[in-house]
Design a protein around this ligand. Structure first.
Ligand SMILES: *Cc1c(COP(=O)(O)O)cnc(C)c1O
Length: 401
């Protein structure tokens, strides 16, 4: 079998596309003017940024002055939650509702807010990895100010009922934020149809560069300044703009919005081929709802092996995949997302996330399917966990962990 290079970790990051790079290049070279300067080299950058706000706003059904460019998705999430609670605290609101399986940019921000005296309810996501709107409603208290639920989960790809949750928040006059970093480009995003007040996006998950993000903030939702300084981003987030990154991001948003259905249908065929065939390996299970998931997400637990060993073996065959999220691999804690689904530690440990892109081909998928079963067999043959399981001592193994 001929070795290939197959990048299927697009939920961790994506390569910059050629179209995006082409848009960025002039701003990295001759277009270096400061967008706040008065001469034409500066004004040109200023106009470009104005157009970027308009284009990005149009892509999600917002107004240009509701768009704030940031340095990443994590920054957007931090600003949305900390900023909103700072404003809301003055109105006597101190309670936040979120879910147990959010990205760490949300969860760790909530932990930081708890240290400051705010209170947070973490809703369950059940075995299918989906938040129930009725749980959101039931958790609302008189002092609830903010709800933050992610649009699509970064590990298991499950898509949340955002419009329904947004409707409930609106009825109760509670601000609603969604981390839509993983949803962009795969699910249609319209901030009015979704009833959201704030929405976070990141460039590098949609084929733009790392280090650029965006926060949508609905008119009437008042956030304190994130960075004090110059008048950039209408004075709310100072710092000379990264024009090239922003222009590339705006282009990436446009491309991400084109033919969502068609692209998704094509990717789904490859995803389902992977899922169906990997599940033929004994003692495997799909994590997260089968239907309500991103078209490119495969997340499967393979019992009796360690995720890390699996990833290293795949890497030797030229395959880049992940076990859970990139932010937590390197730590030995099993994924908080998989534990939230009710998986026991050792099953959560042996999980594989494959995240496809438009560039993924059927040959890539066939190669993965050719390589994977042999690797699993070899790792299991060396695994004391697997041996114990096969002897029916599974219970004892579970207790040891
Ligand atoms: C990647 C990711 C982020 C963080 O975005 P950065 O730009 O890397 O900071 C936040 N939320 C989700 C769901 C993500 O997948």
């Amino acid at each position: 079998m001929e070795k290939r290079f197959v990048y299927v970790d697009n939920a961790a990051t994506t390569p910059i596309s050629k179209e995006v790079l082409d848009v960025m290049m002039p701003w990295l070279t001759e277009g270096y003017g400061n967008a706040s300067s008065i001469y034409s080299k500066g004004r040109e950058a200023g106009w470009a940024l104005k157009k970027a706000h308009e284009d990005v706003a149009a892509a999600i059904g917002a107004e240009p002055n509701e768009i704030y460019f940031t340095s990443c998705g994590s920054e957007s999430d931090n600003w949305a939650l900390k900023g909103a609670m700072q404003t809301l605290a003055k109105r006597g609101k101190k309670h936040i509702i979120t879910s147990v399986f959010e990205h760490h940019a949300i969860l760790h921000t909530c932990k930081a807010l708890e240290k400051q005296g705010f209170e947070v309810t973490y809703l369950p996501v059940y075995e299918n990895g989906i938040v129930k709107p009725e749980d959101v409603e039931a958790a609302i208290r008189p002092d609830t100010g903010l709800v933050s639920i992610m649009f699509a989960n970064n590990e298991i790809g499950t898509i949340q009922p955002i419009a329904e949750i947004g409707k409930i928040c609106r009825e109760h006059k509670i601000w609603f934020h969604t981390d839509a970093v993983q949803a962009m480009g795969h699910v249609k995003i319209d901030v009015n149809e979704l009833n959201v007040d704030m929405l976070s996006l990141s460039g590098h998950k949609i084929h733009a560069q790392k280090g650029v993000g965006m926060l949508y903030v609905r008119k009437g939702v008042l956030l304190p300044n994130l960075i004090d300084g110059g008048g950039q981003e209408r004075g709310k987030r100072a710092g000379t703009e990264n024009v090239a990154a922003i222009m590339g991001f705006a282009k990436a948003m446009q491309i991400a919005n084109e033919n969502i259905e068609e692209r998704g249908a094509k990717t789904k065929v490859l995803r389902d081929k992977l899922i169906d065939n990997i599940l033929k390996i004994e003692k495997t299970r799909l994590n997260g709802d089968r239907e309500n998931r991103l078209p490119g997400n495969v997340n499967i637990s393979i019992e009796g092996i360690e995720g890390e060993s699996l990833l290293l073996s795949l890497d030797m065959m030229g395959i880049c995949a992940s076990s859970g999220s990139a932010c937590t691999s390197g730590s030995l804690d099993p994924s908080h997302v998989l534990l939230a689904l009710g998986l026991v530690h050792e099953v959560a440990h042996g999980s594989l996330r494959i995240s496809l892109s438009d560039e993924t081909t059927e040959e890539d998928v066939d190669y993965i399917l050719e390589v994977l079963p042999g690797i699993v067999e070899r790792l299991r043959a060396m695994s004391p966990l697997w041996e114990a399981m096969m002897k029916g001592e599974n219970k004892k193994v579970k207790m040891m962990h």
